[in-house]
Ligand binder design. Sequence first.
Ligand code: ACO
Length: 371
Amino acid sequence: MSATKGLEGVVATTSSVSSIIDGVLTYNGYNIDDLADHASFEEVIYLLWNNRLPNETELTQFKKQLAEAATVPAEVINQMKTYPIDKVHPMAALRTSVSNLALFDESADDLNGEANLQKALKLQAQMPTLVAAFARIRQGKDPVEPKKELSFAANFLYMLNGEEPDEISESAINKALVLHADHELNASTFTARVCVATLSDMYSGISAAIGALKGPLHGGANEQVMKMLSEIGEENKAESYIKDALSRKVKIMGFGHRVYKNGDPRAKHLKEMSRQLTKITGESKWYEMSVKIDEVVTNEKGLLPNVDFYSASVYHSLGIEHDLFTPLFAVSRTSGWIAHILEQYENNRLIRPRAEYTGPSHQEWIPLEKR
Ligand code: ACO
């Protein structure tokens, strides 16, 4: 029995939610390029949960259901005010808040289909409300109630900023949400599936997934990219900064991928968004610096940008605080996590692999006083 480090190349389940085949990402067979160009995030959620696109009536109904489920119980918001607000990372706050939501949902442990669907709606709809509420509370402001008539993307920005966004910002957030919605058996999705495969509840699965997404090797990388861009400061300093980091074997955040070796298909969309948005804000330097870094890392290491690299300058241009980048990723990925959780429940078997033992054997017991 020999172990595969990081489970690289191991096929751990079947799934019809999304696929990466020959470097092409699809959600239920729809190419990510088409979805990025045409779909609303609400349509994508519907697709991921139902394995088909909604018709017009179904989409209207689904949007209404999501909008109606977006208000978070007051107790959860009040508890948020007791967090050590100036010290805690928003991802830690989100993990705790999602766990708190379960305490105020009497059907949290009911795993039947209809109860799970209601939980799915609540969790998906309330994620942006939680992220925005935390962001405002730590600024000493009151949380903003969701508005039923706004799209998912517009509502997020509205709850964050207290004013309705312009069309460009709404459309950029929508596209970012679509691009991050699902990604086959990534680390956080696998975590969610392992958790619910014990027949634990959906809130536990999502809390566990948030914990996995938080790490800088996964979703946490987008915040680290912006940290790096801010440290570099100017495009003309990018080359020496990156070469120096690489010579010290420092990993460049936003580059490399376990599955894609010829490029992440989501990155080109975010790159173009970064170009356009930084031009609008008059801060093209973030885009130009990113392109320079991209060039140097590719030349030096043959590594290509992943979804997290250009999303950093996109979110920065939309005025989103840097430590909210990963929570925004979580808002989107909740759709994929839920799709996988539902799929896991549908055809469940406990996920329990083996470990190759490398410790000592045949040890003789030593009484405490002799150690
Ligand atoms: N910068 C510099 N070198 C890198 C990078 C990087 N970003 N990524 C991989 N490498 C190097 C490794 O050091 C290693 O070199 P070695 O063989 O000389 O030791 C080689 O490439 C293989 O890398 P691994 O870390 O073994 O690749 P793995 O498949 O385990 O990891 C990962 C993939 C975690 C994405 C990695 O590329 C990385 O750490 N990237 C930076 C963090 C990041 O951007 N994460 C977001 C990924 S996308 C997402 O989760 C949403």
